[in-house]
Design a protein around this ligand. Structure first.
Ligand SMILES: Nc1ncnc2c1ncn2[C@@H]1O[C@H](COP(=O)(O)OP(=O)(O)OP(=O)(O)O)[C@@H](O)[C@H]1O
Ligand SMILES: [Mg+2]
Length: 232
């Protein structure tokens, strides 16, 4: 479904991604973990066409998309829920969801019903201004908005960031449900423990390089991972 092959990404002089390769197969949940500044968000931004690699290629749904514009990738079935939620703060919940359907305007009503079924909290707050939602509710809205484009591959950048433990659990439950409903998922997380638990496979990024990869269960058992990311 997605193949990232040997990409090198720079911010001016900063070499943020070094020879990164990774793969996500149809039906998988793949986690990308690593410390702050390791390059996780940069990887997602490059896949979604917001940044360009100087080398290598990105193949999405069997097509080389290394030079395809971000909005076209959304129409092809890629959704990216960026770090920090980024909902439209001045708009209502409903308006935010409608914005998410810009590539898929045929069935907005049914899409909204689906999202409300998955996130009943949003239904009760459909006319509320997004800026007044709690952090967890904004995260749900950001995910709901991404779902409005009916993605085949959904990339989530730290969906549990800043949430209370009970909400973190809820977000992970929703990720599992989306996966069971057929969505392939690339998940970036600081919460390595939960990410490895839910993931089929995972990659560990360190200073812009893939340091380790393996099944979620394998990595959760690795001493190196335990020491660096799971608190011993
Ligand atoms: N817009 C930018 N301009 C310059 N450098 C940047 C920019 N964005 C990120 N970087 C640098 O690139 C590196 C990778 O950043 P990135 O945001 O991908 O890390 P991350 O793994 O997502 O970290 P975090 O867990 O803190 O979100 C860091 O050293 C960061 O300082
Ligand atoms: Mg990040």
């Amino acid at each position: 479904m997605l193949k990232v092959d040997n990409i090198n990404v720079y911010y001016g002089q900063i070499h943020a991604l070094k020879d990164v390769s990774l793969e996500v197969k149809k039906g998988e949940i793949v986690a990308l973990i690593g410390a702050n500044g390791a390059g996780k968000s940069t990887t997602l931004r490059t896949i979604s066409g917001l940044l360009r690699s100087k080398t290598g290629s990105i193949t999405l749904f069997d097509e080389n998309v290394s030079h395809v514009e971000a909005y076209k990738l959304v129409a092809k079935g890629l959704a990216h829920v960026p770090e920090g939620r980024h909902v439209f703060l001045q708009m209502t919940v409903l308006e935010n969801l409608e914005m998410g359907a810009y590539t898929n305007s045929a069935n907005v009503k049914a899409g909204i019903e689906d999202v409300f079924e998955r996130f009943p909290r949003l239904k009760h707050r459909k006319d509320q201004i997004a800026g007044t939602l709690s952090g967890g509710e904004q995260q749900m809205l950001a995910m709901g908005r991404a779902l409005m484009s009916k993605p085949k591959l959904m990339m989530l950048d730290e969906p549990s960031m800043g949430l209370a433990p009970i909400l973190v659990q809820q977000i992970f439950d929703i990720i599992k449900e989306l996966h069971e409903a057929g969505t392939t998922i690339l998940l970036v997380e600081q919460n390595a423990e939960m990410a490895l638990h839910v993931a089929d496979r995972a990659y560990v990024l360190e200073s812009g390089r893939i340091k380790l990869s393996g099944s979620g269960a394998e990595l959760a058992k690795s001493d190196e991972i335990k020491k660096a990311y799971l608190g011993g």
